[in-house]
Design a protein around this ligand. Structure first.
Ligand code: ADP
Ligand code: MG
Length: 260
């Protein structure tokens, strides 16, 4: 579980302006929390601040009840895995990549053990990426690579996983596969947090949502609660439509705001 309380943060080169202003939220275990918001609303900044890559100017952040200020980097990495929005693609094999997830557990001499390698194989299996084990990262498709990054996060064996736009650049089927995987990870117990752009995906898969607008939380709640609040046109400048199929399953999709 991650808790943030009254968190304010900003960047040194724009000191007059807080990128995040007084944010409070709880990211519970066993839930997929989806963060949505227009470009520049502070989604990536929020994840970076939770990981302390950017220092909070005010407020408190807790990972599993422990204050962020009281943890060293290793302790943070043992509690929370983080997939940044932009990642360089290293020219190494998949299993070496996933082994990096074990780094926070290494002790002197810095060598991966048989136990670490077993965890890597299991993580690849859980992420449905076993068949990629011997391939090179730069030879994979975007969807395959995403599975490997998720396997790396699983190998880190953290209670919390934060992902910044994990479905960007994926074709539609792999977007669904990735969302399904995140949903499963959450169901199995982890506090799972994803920043998403696609509102249909966000509303379709989230257990709870946080809507960011200009560095503040405009609203948080279940997809149904956020939909009912009817704030999407104002925040995103598009319409959100709710519909259902014969089985009673609910779907959401966006469309242009109606013009006269
Ligand atoms: P989002 O992920 O929602 O698109 P960001 O968190 O990246 O938004 O950005 C929030 C605000 O902080 C924006 O106004 C952006 O210009 C600013 N910002 C983001 N990264 C930096 C940076 N490295 N230096 C200065 N300002 C930044
Ligand atoms: Mg971003």
């Amino acid at each position: 579980m991650i808790e943030i309380n009254n968190v304010t943060a900003g960047y040194e080169d724009s000191p007059g302006r807080a990128a995040l202003a007084g944010l409070s939220a709880v990211f519970p275990d066993r839930k997929l929390t989806v963060i949505i918001g227009p470009n520049g609303s502070g989604k990536s900044t929020l994840l970076r601040t939770i990981m302390r890559f950017l220092p909070a100017a005010a407020g408190t952040i807790r990972h599993n009840g422990v204050d962020l200020e009281e943890m060293n980097e290793r302790e943070i990495a043992r509690k929370t895995a983080y997939l940044p929005q932009n990642r360089p693609i290293p020219q190494i094999r998949v299993r070496e990549m996933v082994l990096h997830g074990r780094f926070p557990y290494l002790s002197f001499p810095r060598q991966y053990s048989r136990h670490d390698r077993e965890i890597v194989l299991q993580a690849l299996k859980d992420a449905d990426a076993s068949e990629l084990e011997k391939q090179y990262m730069h030879e994979l498709s975007g969807g395959q690579r995403q599975k490997v990054y998720i396997a790396m996060a699983l190998a880190q064996q953290t209670d919390n996983i934060l992902m910044d736009e994990p479905t960007t650049y994926l074709d539609i089927r792999h977007q669904y596969e990735t969302m399904r995987l995140l949903k499963r990870i959450a169901k199995e117990g982890r506090c799972t947090v994803a920043v998403l752009h696609d509102l249909g995906m966000a509303f379709g898969f989230a257990d709870q949502m946080i809507v960011l607008e200009r560095g503040t939380i405009r609203l948080q709640g279940t997809p149904e609660e956020v939909y009912s609040a009817a704030i999407i046109p104002e925040v995103f400048g598009v319409d959100l439509v709710k519909t259902g199929d014969e089985s009673g399953k609910t779907f959401y999709y966006t469309r242009e705001l109606q013009h006269e």
